[in-house]
Design a binder for this molecule. Structure first.
Ligand SMILES: NC(=O)C1=CN([C@@H]2O[C@H](COP(=O)(O)OP(=O)(O)OC[C@H]3O[C@@H](n4cnc5c(N)ncnc54)[C@H](O)[C@@H]3O)[C@@H](O)[C@H]2O)C=CC1
Ligand SMILES: CC(=O)C(C)=O
Length: 278
């Protein structure tokens, strides 16, 4: 038997199994100041990446930067609003200049809106569309341009939600933005595949972050529910029986950012403990 061959069917050679990436990669994470974005930034740093932390909140990303330095990776803090296209392009330039590369973008920043459809108004709709949809769109566009310019087979990873697979009462506009993220993910995957760029999305369920505190408070105002009751009710609907942690999401994003997902593109994967089944 050829010593380089692995027993079993097929024609796999040991040499064909990829080595883990040998150089540190640079990942840019938006909404990295807290919650899911912070957990993703820390996890990707543990995986070996240097991290560009993008957020509108400077104090929060400064704290996360210190945590990343404790892990032994480098961090750049970049204050930018994802809804502003120029700021996203500038953020990527800064990340590349400060960290010496740019390989992965996680378009994580997002905001929630809780309102019945009968009450939504044009300003609030424009605001959530600009952050959750335009923010992801500009991130995809700017990252893909840079990857193509540099010949990098980069990874684009977007935040959708269970609400991107199913419309929820009082979350209609939010749900619409997260369906839109799935559409952008699929279209971009098709447009950029020939450059070796992959585009995927993660769809969390009920994650105990500040976003859910706000959602719960707003449900309480609108429905008269006790504070905490809406969150508890959503958690009761989770097959695995507990709320999701930001780290549960980050574990999956680590897979999307790493070489094991190289043959996957255009997918928006539910990682929700069993709430929505598709
Ligand atoms: N918390 C949850 O249960 C779920 C969250 N998601 C999505 O995951 C993503 C992260 O959510 P969380 O960590 O829970 O939110 P969060 O509200 O705890 O944190 C969001 C972060 O994004 C930043 N941010 C907000 N607007 C921004 C803008 N225009 N530009 C740059 N940064 C901005 C905030 O300053 C904050 O640091 C969002 O896209 C959200 O829609 C999806 C499914 C479930
Ligand atoms: C916050 C979120 O994405 C929900 C309620 O699905």
């Amino acid at each position: 038997m050829n010593a380089e061959r692995i027993d079993g069917p097929g024609d796999i050679r040991i040499d064909d199994i990829p080595e883990p990436t040998s150089r540190p990669v640079t990942a840019l994470v938006t909404g990295a100041g807290q919650g899911i974005g912070r957990a993703i930034a820390l996890r990707l740093a543990k995986d070996g990446a240097n991290i560009a932390l993008v957020d509108i909140n400077n104090e929060k990303i400064a704290i996360v930067a210190k945590e990343i330095e404790q892990i032994g990776r480098r961090a750049a803090t970049i204050v930018a609003d994802v809804s502003d296209r120029d700021q996203i392009y500038a953020a990527i330039d800064t990340a590349e200049a400060e960290l010496g590369g740019f390989d992965i973008i996680v378009n994580n920043a997002g905001i929630a809106q809780v309102a019945p459809i009968s009450e939504v108004d044009p300003d609030s709709v424009r605001q959530i569309l600009s952050v959750n949809v335009e923010g992801v769109l500009w991130g995809i566009q700017a990252a893909a341009k840079k990857f193509i310019e540099r010949g990098v087979k980069g990874k684009i990873i977007n935040a959708s939600s269970i609400a991107g697979h199913e419309g929820f009462a009082m979350l209609g506009v939010y749900s619409a933005t997260k369906f839109a993220v799935r559409a952008l993910t699929q279209s971009a995957a098709k447009e950029y595949a020939t450059h070796g760029i992959t585009v995927n999305a993660y769809c969390p369920g009920v994650v105990g972050t500040d976003m859910w505190v706000t959602i719960d408070e707003r449900f309480a105002e609108l429905t008269g529910a006790e504070k905490g009751a809406t969150f508890d009710q959503f958690v009761k609907g989770i097959a695995l029986g507990r709320a999701q942690t930001p780290e549960d999401v980050a574990n999956f994003v680590s897979f999307l950012a790493g070489p094991d997902s190289d043959y996957m593109t255009g997918q928006a994967v539910l990682i929700d403990g069993g709430i929505v089944y598709r």
